[in-house]
Design a protein around this ligand. Structure first.
Ligand SMILES: [Zn+2]
Length: 527
């Protein structure tokens, strides 16, 4: 059976850039565009040339794309001016791109209230703008803004807008649920009705996530006949975001009826990059990845309950809807008081001899009571098991450490904190004293610890702290502090360690030393 082609349009760099808290640099945009291209999306919307300095600079030098159509975004021309004389449209038409996507009004209410022009003038703006794109030899796409809301209020006018765009040469008519309020069933019905009225037009869908249904709305539109779908990585976008490509793509490639019915530029093999691309975006944005994200989140294939784990170890299909490898993700089984021996065993893939599982589990439960949590600190759990088996070499001994924090008023009348730490260690019989400075005590301790570890120093060259979490807990009668740190190395490995104490400095120090010890053990440092 030949499958129909479905086109993937990414708008991470345009609609995604409108996410609160997101601020891409030109270099960020370039890096994301290259990753999207290698994933296999068909269109990459880079932004709005002329609208801001970043987008203008990004379009000045085309990113090196192998297959995706590089696309500029803009708005249909304003009334009373020609397309060529519209200062906001001219830079879009001039951009060195393959395709141009222009948003235009298709809701009579929006034309009257937001544009304050006549319905006929709006139709003329749409037609002249599409013609201007064609005249420049670019592929014209029309984003039908507020289409579903417009259609519900005045179907004839909404249809006349997209018919106008189609007749003026738009290659794609992208129906937008701009306010994100449409329900999947009504989108299915409206796209079906449009398909019947304009059977020749190629339709697309652009959905927002204001009812947490952008992916469902997109799939409904595809079932009704849309053959282009727009979305963003990790669902970035205005307000609650756009349709999330990191969920949409796996659904399209792995789930029926879509998998049998369609082929996309993103092939099954490339889908294995989706977890990496999702995390790369978070890395660029300096955000912690959403661990609960479907398909790509760290918890998407995490099995915690003892019953689940023992079944998954027999056959992963017992509690997994797709194999994690199909999306480039990994299966994990954290250890906690919820665990049975199966989790504990599953987390001890490191070495041949299994420790006393019952004793280890007992230990974990006891330490959880003290405030530890290994759910999120698999590396500390491995170290715990190794220590119990007396298999962990003693790389160094901490003799003492101290931290001071000093706050002084600076010339701008602001209080500025400076922390200093001193650490005294014994490494291979040698006494080493190091100092470190930082903007806070943990920072300073981390710097001092890693400054000089004698013969182990080369192992720490690529070690960095990527995340740091603090929780105050009440266990028994006292409040304790739990610190979890996430570390990374130059090879892309990430691991998490935990420390617990009555004070944040000791808890941090424990988590930091575990992070270093784990790296030395994993890299097989010789004592
Ligand atoms: Zn949008």
């Amino acid at each position: 059976m030949t499958r129909e082609r479905l086109f993937i349009f990414d708008t991470t760099l345009r609609d995604g850039a409108q996410t609160q808290g997101v601020d891409f640099s030109v270099e960020d945009k370039r890096q994301i565009a290259v990753a999207l291209d290698s994933l296999g999306v068909d269109y990459i919307e880079g932004g709005w040339p002329g609208a801001n300095p970043t987008d203008t600079a990004f379009f000045r030098e085309r990113p090196s794309l192998k297959r995706a159509h590089f696309t500029a975004f803009g708005m249909t021309k304003r009334a009373g001016r020609s397309a060529a004389n519209d200062p906001s449209l001219a830079p879009v038409l001039d951009a060195a791109v393959d395709a141009i996507c222009l948003v235009g009004k298709t809701s009579a209410y929006q034309v009257k209230v937001a544009l304050e022009i006549s319905l006929e003038e709006n139709l003329d703006n749409i037609a002249r703008s599409m013609e201007a794109i064609l005249a420049r030899g670019r592929e014209p796409l029309f984003d039908a803004e507020h289409f579903f809301d417009g259609y519900k209020a005045d179907p004839d006018y909404a249809l006349s807008c997209i018919r106008t765009a189609y007749e003026a040469g738009a290659k794609w008519i992208v129906l937008c649920d701009t306010n994100g309020g449409a329900m999947p069933e009504e989108v299915y019905a409206i796209v079906s009705a449009v398909k019947a009225k304009l059977p020749q037009a190629a339709l697309g869908i652009h959905a927002h996530n204001d009812t947490e249904q952008a992916v469902a709305v997109s799939l409904a539109a595809i079932r009704a006949g849309a053959r282009q779908v727009q979305g963003t990585l990790n669902g970035l976008g205005e307000r609650c975001g756009n349709a999330n490509l990191c969920s949409l793509l796996p659904n399209l490639l792995l789930k029926e009826p879509f998998a049998s019915q369609f082929e996309t530029g993103v092939v099954r093999e490339n889908l294995k990059q989706i977890t990496h691309v999702s995390r790369l975006l978070d890395e660029i944005l300096n955000r912690a990845p959403n661990r609960y994200a479907p398909y790509v989140g760290a918890s998407a294939f995490t099995h915690k309950g003892g019953l689940h784990v023992s079944a998954v170890m027999k056959d992963p299909g017992t509690y997994e809807h797709v194999p994690p490898e199909s999306v480039g993700n990994k299966r994990t089984m954290p250890v906690s008081s919820q665990s049975g021996r199966a989790n504990v065993a599953a987390n001890l893939a490191m070495d041949g001899d299994k420790p006393d599982l019952a004793r280890l589990l007992q230990d974990v439960k006891h330490r959880e009571f003290e405030g530890y949590s290994y759910d999120d600190a698999a590396a500390s759990f491995e170290l715990l098991a190794l220590r119990q088996q007396k298999k962990l070499p003693r790389y160094f001994t901490v003799e003492q450490f101290s931290v001071t924090v000093e706050s002084v008023r600076d010339e701008d009348d602001q209080m500025v904190s400076q922390a200093r730490a001193e650490v005294e260690l014994i490494v291979a019989g040698e006494r080493i004293t190091s100092t470190g400075a930082g903007n806070g005590p943990v920072n300073a301790l981390d710097a001092a610890l890693r400054k000089d570890l004698g013969k182990y120093s080369p192992f720490l060259a690529d070690l960095r702290l990527v995340d740091f979490k603090v929780r105050i807990l009440t266990t028994g009668t006292e409040a304790v502090t739990r610190v979890t740190v996430e570390s990374a190395d130059g090879k892309g490995n990430r691991w998490s360690t935990v420390g617990v104490s009555e004070n944040i400095v000791d808890a941090s120090f424990e988590a930091l030393t575990d992070a270093i010890v784990y790296k030395l053990y994993r890299d097989r440092a010789v004592t």
